[in-house]
Write a protein that binds this ligand. Structure first.
Ligand SMILES: *Cc1c(COP(=O)(O)O)cnc(C)c1O
Length: 381
């Protein structure tokens, strides 16, 4: 990319082996799901994360829907989650007739504020859904203790958390189940793709059944039953082998991808320190014990700063910086299907002030310097 050309917000990284593995699937005539590439991806994800079982899905959205089915979430059940998140976090449970109950976020990490969960629990509460924003872990020790005390399930929305960890444990393995995304905009990609990590061994068999149209086809393929039959509710949540082949090329390089993203992240972090010192913005906070994956570099602009003007200024200089979530409790469907547990002042403030900077594998120092300079110019610092 030329140094004076536009700097996109995201640029999908290809390892170079994706088409090679897709050709292998094609050549071998293996196209349906749960073939050899899916098996490799499952084994890699299980070995890497320590989950009892990893199951590829069409998307993180599908993995969250599978999680809601697996936990028997029913009409009227309440599920505690942040409002500052992607729609799928809520929709997966709304599809089951449940009510998302939105809790405020922490001002430092923009993750679910663990100190506010308890007050949101009612007799109908069934689950807590921590979302690990930007690949930085929620305060899982506290959340796990609250869940245990009130006998609630934990579904981690670890869409952004592949290759990140909390106190040495992979994100996605800290709840009963966890969901990963391999969407094109995430770190490790398959276009559209995801995985459900099943950490509770008692849920593994049923998760396999629900994912395979409610049949015990997975056991049949393992030779554990002599035919497969309809066992339970379910749907088709599994991706075809071409997606798994693409993903396998990415997983093989997941370590290198993470390292390169972290280098770019660290550069922004260093170069933006003077602006933070002058009070012009706030940089992301990564608490001790959280190993992040550099999924995102965002800044929090000052209260009252005109974010639209900052975005427009960057845009004129060829830099694509973007805002993030419209809080779910404020969105039409959020008002219809969910409710805020309390006032959500941190959510409302962060949603107005977050600005995400271009970050992808291959962004170079000159491009990052342009971003930092443009941002400094835009906020007059
Ligand atoms: C990307 C994302 C999702 C959805 O992932 P898909 O794979 O696109 O379905 C869900 N939750 C969060 C927090 C995300 O960032």
């Amino acid at each position: 990319m030329k140094s004076d050309s536009r700097i996109p917000f995201n640029w999908p990284y290809m390892t170079g082996k994706e088409l090679y593995y897709i050709a292998e699937s094609h050549f071998n005539g293996r196209l349906a799901g749960d073939g050899p590439f899916t098996a490799r991806c499952h084994a890699w994800l299980e070995a890497r994360s320590g989950a009892s079982r990893a199951l590829l899905t069409h998307s993180c959205t599908a993995a969250l829907e599978l999680a809601a089915l697996l936990l028997d979430i029913a009409p009227g059940d309440e599920v505690i989650m942040p409002s500052y998140t992607f729609v799928s976090t809520a929709n997966a449970f709304v599809l089951r007739g449940a009510v998302p109950v939105f809790v405020d976020i922490r001002p430092d990490t923009l993750n679910l504020d663990e100190s506010r969960i308890e007050a949101a629990i009612t007799a109908r509460t069934r689950a807590i859904v921590p979302v690990h924003y930007a690949g930085v872990a929620c305060e899982m020790d506290t959340i796990t203790a609250v869940a245990r005390h009130h006998e609630l399930a934990i579904v981690e929305d670890a869409a952004q958390g592949v290759m990140a960890s909390y106190k040495g444990r992979a994100l996605g393995t800290l709840g009963n189940v966890g969901a990963y995304s391999f969407h094109e905009t995430k770190n490790v990609i398959a276009g559209e793709g995801g995985a459900l990590l099943v950490n509770d061994p008692d849920l593994v068999l049923r998760a396999e059944i629900l994912r395979e149209k409610g049949t015990d086809r997975s056991r049949f393929f393992r030779g554990e039953v002599d035919r497969y039959t309809w066992q339970d509710v379910g749907s088709s949540f599994l991706p075809g082998e071409l997606i798994a082949a693409f993903l396998w090329a990415q997983l093989e390089e997941a370590e290198a991808i993470t390292l390169r993203r972290r280098e770019a992240w660290a550069r922004y972090h260093e170069w933006l320190a003077p602006l933070e010192a002058r009070g012009a913005l706030r940089r992301p906070v990564v608490p001790a014990g959280c190993e992040h994956n550099a999924h995102m570099y965002y800044v929090l602009l000052r209260e009252g700063c005109d974010r639209e003007a900052v975005i427009a200024h960057c845009n004129r200089l060829g830099i694509n910086a973007v805002f993030h979530y419209v809080p779910l409790h404020d969105a039409p469907a959020g008002r219809r299907f969910g409710r805020a547990a309390d006032a959500l002042p941190v959510t409302s403030s962060a949603a107005m002030r977050v600005l995400r900077l271009p970050l992808w594998v291959g962004i170079d120092e000159a491009q990052q310097a342009r971003v930092v300079e443009a941002l400094g110019g835009a906020i007059g610092a």
